[in-house]
Design a protein around this ligand. Structure first.
Ligand SMILES: O=C(O)[C@@H](CO)OP(=O)(O)O
Length: 248
């Protein structure tokens, strides 16, 4: 008996296209992102991988990607659970900043430390910043615990309870589970699933819009480490592009 988990990073967003740090800022998909999302759903249908339940973040780029993909796979009707714990990493004071300018201003080491280190968060974002989510009603329940910045470790800590309490039970019930989320929230989940070290996770990047499928054993461990991208050639190209963001 294995469980089927499908991870889907949202399609390209308008801020991915503009090369801006995004985090919790709620930007729409670009036209390319919408096309990627539809293609992601077609890939699922072609493989006969039909989700029974969807889990998404509270950000429209993940929500709309999942909607478009499920429409393409004729699965728009499945139940949906949404939770902030699947949100992108809060990018702190970098939210809204241009990646190339940030690289030029702070240098390669600091830039990569903020982007990919496991436990160094960027400086916190001021509550009165135009890029802040403080006061956004969707996060009202968080009160003063709402993050002002996060490192990947923080993301893993807030994501794990959701994985344990919401996603795992759906898998255990035999459902094919689709998780539509973000580059860094999915990096945190993959780190957990594959047991990737704190050092090695810095080298892992997740492409937009290409389903990553894991078969999990009865202990929720991957049968094949790293899972399987449904379009491996496109994934390999797109992974390089994500890794090189900021260097144009
Ligand atoms: O800007 C962001 O929120 C993320 C994902 O798009 O960027 P990065 O890949 O640099 O962590």
């Amino acid at each position: 008996m294995t469980y089927t988990l499908i991870l889907l990073r949202h399609g390209q967003s308008e801020w991915n296209e503009k090369n801006l740090f995004t985090g919790w800022y709620d930007v729409p998909l670009s036209d390319l992102g919408r096309t990627e999302a539809v293609r992601g759903g077609e890939l699922l249908a072609e493989e006969g991988l039909l989700p029974d339940v969807l889990h998404t973040s509270l950000l429209k780029r993940a929500i709309i990607t999942a909607n478009l993909a499920l429409e393409a796979a004729d699965r728009s009707w499945i139940p949906v659970k949404r939770n902030w714990r699947l949100n992108e990493r809060h990018y702190g004071a970098l939210q809204g900043k241009d990646k190339a300018q940030t690289l030029a201003e702070f240098g390669e080491e600091q830039f990569m430390e903020w982007r990919r280190s496991y436990d160094t968060p960027p400086p916190p974002l001021a509550d009165d910043s135009e890029f802040s989510q403080i006061g956004d009603p969707r996060y009202a329940d968080l009160g003063d615990d709402a993050p002002r910045t996060e490192c990947l470790k923080d993301v893993l800590v807030r994501l794990l309870p959701y994985w344990e309490d919401q996603v795992k039970p759906d898998l255990a019930a035999g459902k094919t589970v689709l998780v539509a989320a973000h580059g860094n929230s999915l990096r945190a989940l993959v780190k957990h699933l594959d047991g990737i070290s704190d050092a090695d996770i810095s080298g892992l990047n997740i492409p937009t819009g290409i389903p990553l499928v894991y078969e999990l054993d009865e202990h929720f461990k991957p049968v094949v480490a790293g899972g399987k991208y449904l379009d491996p050639a496109a994934a390999a190209e797109a992974i390089k592009a994500v890794a090189n963001q900021g260097r144009r």
